[in-house]
Design a protein around this ligand. Structure first.
Ligand code: PXP
Length: 240
């Protein structure tokens, strides 16, 4: 069964709505771990709309599972990652005007840029994951960068309006997962996963980690973070 990486960005989103000190995403990460999170994920965005530099630094000191830093492949972020040394970095595309990460990376189209960023991070012993759509060319290009992981973008699956489309999107994820594993990549997935749609993705052969944020934090507002994390672990295991 895949492990659960809890994305705590939206704890910081609530704090930043008032530019105050609460709720603290560090406390969120501690509670998520106590409830069974296998990893903590945060996205330090260029515009610092939720996670701040201070959060990333404190998470590095306090996270007891593993810390996955999501970031854009820019020189500013590479410098931050090299100093922070997260347990792994997930490179994501980033546009200022987007509400959340929209599409996957174009690794095939900007191959030399991504190869060079992957190598810089790996030279500092930081494993790298590339957030991509389950697209044959992107998976091949990702393997050629020598990144250890890809994270398959589950947005199209999550947004499918009919069962038939959802089934088709799941099949695309399944084939992408198999292609990636055959090329020696390790496979994570995330984006838009919920208590209701996570199980089929969890069942994909070889899937290692699911990174989930919005659905867990939304439930946490109503029932508390520990219960929300425990219930997501159950949804992944098919016991909810
Ligand atoms: N994985 C990646 C690479 C992301 O950018 C995000 C969104 O920050 C997530 C997973 C989590 O997505 P969601 O908040 O929809 O669960």
């Amino acid at each position: 069964m895949p492990t659960l990486g809890v994305n705590i960005d939206h704890v910081a989103t609530i704090r930043q709505a008032r530019r105050t000190v609460e709720p603290d995403p560090i406390a969120g990460a501690v509670l998520a771990e106590l409830a069974g999170a296998d990893g903590i994920t945060c996205h330090l965005r260029e515009d610092r709309r939720h996670i701040q530099d201070r959060d990333a630094q404190l998470l590095r000191q306090t996270v007891r599972t593993h810390l996955n830093l999501e970031m854009a492949a820019t020189s500013e972020m590479v410098d931050i990652a090299l100093a922070l040394k997260p347990d792994y970095v997930t490179l994501v595309p980033e546009r200022r005007e987007e509400v959340t990460t929209e599409g996957g990376l174009d690794v095939a189209g900007q191959f030399s840029h991504f190869s060079s960023v992957v190598k810089q991070l790996q030279a500092a012993q930081i494993p790298v994951s590339l957030f991509i759509d389950a697209d044959t060319a992107q998976i091949e290009a990702s393997a050629k960068t020598s990144a250890q992981f890809i994270e398959l973008h589950t947005g199209s699956y999550a947004e499918a309006k009919t069962e038939a489309t959802q089934h088709k999107e799941l099949e695309i994820l399944s084939q992408g997962c198999q292609q990636a594993i055959a090329l020696g990549l390790r496979v994570n997935a995330g984006h838009g996963l919920t208590y209701w749609n996570v199980r089929p993705v969890a069942l994909l052969a070889g899937m290692e980690e699911l990174n989930i944020g919005h659905s867990i934090i939304s439930r946490a507002v109503l029932v508390g973070l520990e219960r929300a994390v425990r219930e997501m672990k159950q949804a992944i295991a098919g016991t909810l």
